[in-house]
Structure formats: structure tokens, C-alpha cells
Design a protein around this ligand. Structure first.
Ligand code: ADP
Ligand code: MG
Length: 700
């Protein structure tokens, strides 16, 4: 049996026809049997339940039994008419409304007969009503099996053409009558058995025409599994392919630089997680295969040290290394700390950003080409074509979500054999998301913070209590600490936001007058040089307070700062809040994060603030974030849309994601090209529906 049976046009299904086929295509992009099979209901209702008009829930689809006692056309607006019916059951009355009147419609509505009506109940001007209800004579309703039924998304256009839920039901019955036994399986017997799944045809039938909730749940489980399975298969094959095509630079030695630094110059004890991750990276870079690894770790978990140690391995093996960060401030800071750390080793390191002078650039370019310059830290400026290395062995990208796939690809081309790649995330992303979306990367996780860190205390304060914060800040500054005060800056409301920032700055300046207090200010409109000067003033302890927009969001490291005040924090997203909070709690002092909000908060804002107050765990926060915003938004604009699961919810369906992942690993380990007889159906399906996305795949 082959998928091709499913490529027939929906037009040929009994009950569809040319006109409805056109509507299905223009509204939902449904062309073939396959498309219709995969056009899943968005919700289900129990049709055996008949509500009473008085008790029926508002804004939901309800089913009522009674009589339509009158029907009349009512004028509204200029020349517009609607048809209004009065429906009565034993308990009360509601209005039925049609906005498009045809002769056929009027004659088809039964008056004074027992009917069952179905539709969304709304309340308008104090009257209950249902627009465009589905109506059926009770006599015919009662003879049918009206158990559990599926709801499909409908539009005005589809409804007008008679494409409604009853119609879908009939069409699916006809469709399954025609092809049920011809629907090919796409998972092997073994996979079905081991994961306790039902067959594909059963699942497809039950997702559309479920007989009961158990059947529906089994159908969902099977189809979700399938969805993740094929997505991950694609990723798995991609990874296999990358490995086959890209030889790596094997870093066989751990030599002088690494050992000397490791034994004598690390200013603290590495955490066990850092040690484990460095080992994972070292083993990976030793192989004759290009490393492509994602390093996840919460804010402050010490990813930079891991990056540096990896770079030293590259240098020990005669290669160069680079580290790219998304902002100038961050690149500058990485540069400063790396330079200081490896000073005793005498390894040349330079910084390249948009504001590097031409003379300096020239020097860097030739240093790189000649191979004298071993480590380059920088921003996007690193990606420019003029930046060429003698022998680039390792490229590290910090805060990788800020960079697109194309930019990463550019780094690959900086060496004839592509460099090993290590990407680091700013904020943890949920494991299920990492496992799905980044499953062609290997994953290392730092799941432990350095010892002695005190949990940041997070407090929510409404803006009318701001004066309390001022007093608190004053006390803390007296103890010798430093303070961040952050304002949102959003492009759409930039002018107003700048005004807020400046007003805020003035307010703070009046509460904390010079010369006793020094205040730094940093925002996006300043020149890099000015920013840097203000940052330096703060990081060297010359100023007490840093007033800033979110330019300090990522990476900035001033261990003596222990208070983070976030103004208008209801306007920030969770990962941003978590990032900002991560700027404090880096020293030994008890740190505080104070979330200031306006009085009225949306439901989502409340949830964000509450989550922040309850936990410091970045992985937990990222899961809540994914619940609120969906996986596409978490990945960032450059990557959203690529992970558009129809059924799977990466939060709820965690277990299935793990199951599918394990299944794929085992499958590819035993049959990397899906050549075994028992895996033919998997291959057939994959080739039919996924291969076009991956033209260069060897599989055929
Ligand atoms: P992130 O993972 O957020 O990039 P950083 O690499 O900036 O974190 O590290 C945060 C701070 O923790 C830095 O000041 C760094 O020197 C320090 N640090 C890193 N590892 C350790 C450790 N094992 N013990 C103590 N401090 C550490
Ligand atoms: Mg960092």
C-alpha cells in the first residue's frame, strides 16, 4: 500500500464536490485526501448533552431542544436585513439570528416542530442569542448516534457554502468508508508495539469520529507521537548527514596552555557541572568529526569559563579560536575578562567590533591570517568576509538566539574544514524544545550554580510604593553595594520610553544627589564610547547606581551590584526578566530583585511576575514562558514557525517527546538509512512528505 492513494483530490469524496472542494482549498489549503485526514478538529463536544436555555454556558457551543415559534425579517442599518427567530424550550427563550437571508434558508427552518439546535451562545444587549445555528428535527436527531462530536474551525465563507460541523462529520464517515483499509501504516510494528500505540488508520478515524474519550485520547497519543517522530527523524538524518559530510579537526592533545591554566590560573574551583561539560566538549573535539554543540546553562552558571577552556584546547592543538557575542558591551566584557584571565599564559587576544578603528582592524586582520593572533573576541563584525583566519579550529557563539542560521553558517566557512562550533544560550530553553528543535546539535547542560551563591530575593512592588524602594536602596548603598535600575525600551513606543527613562533618571538623581552619590546612565542612543565609559564607571565602583535600558540585559558582570530594580516590569517578557535578575547575585552579598509594576496587570503579566517571585530556576521559568508564548516565540523571530506542531504541546506532552527521541536514536543506530524491510513504511512516508525539505539528503 502506498501513500499515493491519499493524493486524490477531496472533490471526489462523496458529499464534497467541486464547489466545497474549492472552499476547502482557499480557506484551509486542503487539496487532497491526505490534507483532509490531517485537518484536525480543534475541540470536541458531547452531543448527548442537551442544555436548558436558562443554564446553558455563555460563549460556548451549546445544544438545546425545543421549538422555533416565530421567524421574521428585521431591518437594520441602511438596506440591511437579518432574519430573527424565537426559540423556546421549557425553561426560557433565546433569539436565533441569520445575517444572510435566502429563500432556501427561510423555507428550510421548521416552525413549531420539535428541533435540536446547536451553536455558540452569546449575550447581546441582554438577550441570549445564537447566530447561524445548526438545526435538526428532533425525530431525526434521536435516531442517530450522536455521541461525541468534533468541532472544526469554520468561517463565514465556509458556513455559507454548507461546510459546517455536521457536514464534516458526514464527509469523514464517507471518507473512511472509502479508504479506511487503504490508509498505509507509517511506523514499524516494533515501534508501535514498544510505544503502545494504535494503528495510523485507527488513530485518524478516531481523531475525527471518536466514539468516546478513551478512543480520542489514544488517537491523540498516536498522532502526536507520529508528529514528533517524523520531525525528529528529519533532524536526526540531518545530523547524520552533517557528520558524514564534514570532517572535523581532531584536537588530540590537551597541552601546555590548558593544563597550565587549569592547574594554576583558574581563580575558583570549577563546579562539577562545568567539569563534566568541559569533558564532553573535549571528547567531542577529539573525534574526526565536526563538533556542533549547544551549551545550556542558567544565567551565572559560568559558561564563559567553559568557553575559555575549550578555546585553550584549540590553541594547544595549533588552532585559532573566536568568540562572538551579540552586543558591543558584552563582547567588550568577554574580552576584558578573557584577557585578564590568560595574561599569565601570554596568548595574544584581540577585540573586533563595529567601533574598532581601521588601523586596529588592519592589524587584527593580518594577525589572524599570519596565525599570530590566537583568540578573537567580537560582535557580528567577526562575520565579515575580510576576517580570515590562518587556521580557525573553534568558533563559539554566545547568546546564540540572537543570531540567525545564516550567520552561523558564515562561521562554518571561515576554515576549509569547518571549525568546531559551540553555541551558548543566554537563558535556558525547555529541554523538550531543545531536544526537538536543536536535535541536530548535541546538548551539554550546566545544571549547577557555583557554590556560595545566595538565591536572589525577588519582590513585587506596585509603583505607588516606590518611595519604600528609595529608602531601601539608600541603606544598601551605605553598606557598599551597587544598584541597577532598568527601564523598558520598546521600539514602538521609543519616544515615550526615552522620556520615562530620563524622567526616572532625574527622579533618581534628585533622591541621590551628587557629589555624595554618583549615577551612571546607559541607553541605546549613546555612542559606544560613551556607553563604555559609563559602564566602566559602574564596574569599577565609581558610581553607585546604574540607570539603564535593557542594553545591560545580557551578560554584564559586576559582582558588587546586588540590587536590580526593574521599572514597568509588567512590560518585560519572562526570559528578559530572568536575564536582568541574573545581573545580581554574583557576589557574596544577599541580592534583591525588585519588580515594580503599575497597579492593573493583565492575567499574563500577573503570571510572569508571580513566577519570578516564586523561582530562580531558569529551566522552570522557561517552561512557564513556553506555556504562555508558545515554542515558536521562544526560539525567536528568526526561527519561529519552523516548529509548528499541529497537535503536540511541548509542555504537556513532555513524555511523548522523550519517547520519540529515544525511539529515533535507537532506530538510526540500527538502520541509519532506513533500509531494513521492517522500516520501509517509515521511509516511504518520510520520502513522500519530508524529503522536499531536505533536498540534499542522501536517503531516497
Ligand atoms: P553565564 O553562564 O551567565 O555566562 P558567566 O560565565 O558570566 O555566567 O559567570 C558568572 C560569574 O560567575 C562570573 O563572575 C564568573 O567569573 C563566575 N564563576 C564562573 N564559574 C565559577 C565557579 N565555578 N565558581 C565561582 N565563580 C564562578
Ligand atoms: Mg554569559
Amino acid at each position: 500500500m502506498h501513500e499515493s492513494i491519499l493524493n486524490k483530490s477531496v472533490e471526489y469524496i462523496k458529499g464534497v464536490g467541486e464547489e466545497k472542494a474549492k472552499v476547502l482549498q482557499s480557506t484551509f489549503g486542503i487539496k487532497t485526501y491526505f490534507d483532509l485526514l490531517n485537518h484536525f478538529p480543534y475541540r470536541y463536544v458531547d452531543r448527548s448533552i442537551i442544555s436548558k436555555t436558562v443554564e446553558a454556558p455563555l460563549e460556548q457551543e451549546v445544544q438545546l431542544k425545543g421549538e422555533i415559534v416565530s421567524l421574521k425579517e428585521v431591518q437594520y442599518g441602511a438596506g440591511k436585513k437579518r432574519l430573527v427567530g424565537v426559540f423556546k424550550d421549557e425553561f426560557g427563550v433565546i433569539e436565533l439570528v441569520w445575517f444572510r437571508i435566502t429563500k432556501w434558508l427561510i423555507t428550510s427552518i421548521p416552525i413549531n416542530a420539535q428541533v435540536v439546535i446547536y451553536g455558540k451562545l452569546t449575550s447581546f444587549n441582554g438577550k441570549l442569542s445564537i447566530s447561524h445555528p445548526e438545526i435538526e428535527l428532533y425525530s431525526s436527531f434521536a435516531t442517530k448516534n450522536t455521541g461525541f462530536s468534533s468541532l472544526y474551525s469554520l468561517t463565514d465563507k465556509t458556513s455559507k457554502k454548507g461546510v459546517n460541523n455536521r457536514w464534516y462529520q458526514k464527509v469523514y464517515i464517507n471518507l473512511f468508508d472509502e479508504i479506511y483499509n487503504l490508509i498505509p501504516e507509517n511506523l514499524s510494528e516494533q515501534i508501535i508495539r514498544e510505544n503502545q500505540l494504535i494503528s495510523r488508520k485507527e488513530a485518524l478515524k478516531n481523531i475525527h469520529l471518536p466514539e468516546n474519550i478513551q478512543a480520542l485520547n489514544q488517537a491523540k497519543k498516536r498522532l502526536k507521537f507520529e508528529e514528533i517522530f517524523f520531525f525528529q527523524l528529519q533532524m536526526g538524518l540531518k545530523k547524520q548527514n552533517r557528520i558524514a559530510q564534514n570532517k572535523g579537526n581532531p584536537f588530540l592533545n590537551v597541552g601546555y596552555f590548558f593544563n597550565e591554566f587549569y592547574s594554576n590560573h583558574i581563580p575558583f574551583e570549577l563546579t562539577n557541572a562545568q567539569k563534566r561539560v568541559v569533558r564532553e566538549i573535549r571528547i567531542d573535539m577529539k573525534k574526526n568529526i565536526q563538533m556542533n554543540r549547544l551549551l545550556q546553562g542558567d544565567v551565572g552558571s559560568g559558561k564563559t569559563m567553559v568557553a575559555l577552556l575549550s578555546m585553550l584546547i584549540a590553541i594547544d592543538n595549533g588552532f585559532q579560536a573566536c568568540l562572538m557575542a551579540p552586543t558591543e558591551i558584552l563582547a567588550q566584557q568577554h574580552f576584558n575578562s578573557i584577557q585578564e584571565l590568560i595574561l599569565p599564559l601570554g596568548i595574544p587576544v584581540e577585540l573586533l567590533t563595529g567601533s574598532t578603528s581601521q588601523a586596529k582592524r588592519n592589524e587584527i586582520h593580518s594577525g589572524l591570517m599570519e596565525g599570530n593572533l590566537k583568540i578573537l573576541v567580537g560582535t557580528h563584525a567577526l562575520l565579515e568576509d575580510v576576517v580570515q583566519f590562518e587556521k580557525l579550529g573553534l568558533a563559539i557563539i554566545d547568546e546564540q538566539h540572537r543570531f540567525g542560521v545564516a550567520q552561523r553558517a558564515k562561521l562554518w566557512k571561515k576554515n576549509s574544514i569547518p571549525p568546531h562550533i559551540l553555541v551558548m544560550t543566554a537563558t535556558p530553553i525547555p529541554r523538550t524544545l531543545a531536544m526537538s528543535f536543536y536535535s541536530d546539535l548535541d546538548l551539554s547542560v550546566i545544571d549547577e550554580l557555583p557554590k556560595g551563591r545566595k538565591q536572589v530575593k525577588t519582590i513585587h512592588i506596585y509603583e505607588d510604593k516606590r518611595y519604600e524602594i528609595i529608602r531601601f536602596i539608600r541603606q544598601q548603598i551605605e553598606k557598599g553595594t551597587q544598584v541597577y535600575i532598568v527601564y523598558p525600551l520598546i521600539e514602538e513606543s521609543e519616544t515615550l520610553d526615552y522620556k520615562n527613562l530620563m524622567d526616572g533618571f532625574e527622579y533618581i538623581a534628585s533622591e541621590f544627589p551628587a557629589p555624595e552619590y554618583q549615577i551612571s546612565i546607559v541607553h541605546g542612543k549613546m555612542k559606544p564610547r560613551e556607553k563604555e565609559a559609563e559602564m566602566n564607571k559602574f564596574s569599577t565602583g565609581k558610581s553607585h547606581i546604574m540607570v539603564a535600558t535593557t542594553v545591560i540585559e545580557v551578560g554584564v558582570n559586576v559582582p558588587n551590584a546586588s540590587i536590580m530594580v526593574i521599572e514597568n516590569s509588567e512590560r518585560f517578557g519572562l526570559s528578559q526578566l530572568h536575564q536582568l535578575r541574573g545581573r545580581v547575585g554574583r557576589g557574596s552579598e544577599q541580592s534583591y530583585c525588585i519588580l515594580v509594576t503599575k497597579m492593573e496587570l493583565s492575567k499574563e503579566a500577573k503570571k510572569r511576575i508571580k513566577t519570578m517571585c516564586e523561582t530562580n530556576d531558569g529551566f522552570k521559568i522557561s517552561e512557564v514562558d513556553m506555556e504562555i508564548r508558545g515554542p515558536g516565540n521562544i526560539l525567536g523571530t528568526q526561527q519561529s514557525g519552523q516548529i509548528d506542531f499541529k497537535l503536540t504541546d511541548l509542555v504537556e506532552d513532555k513524555q511523548l517527546v522523550y519517547l520519540a527521541k529515544r525511539t529515533i536514536n535507537e532506530l538510526l543506530l540500527g538502520d541509519s538509512n532506513l533500509n531494513h524491510q521492517q522500516n520501509q513504511m517509515i521511509k516511504n512516508y518520510f520520502v513522500e512528505y519530508y524529503k522536499s525539505d531536505m533536498k540534499w539528503m542522501k536517503i531516497s
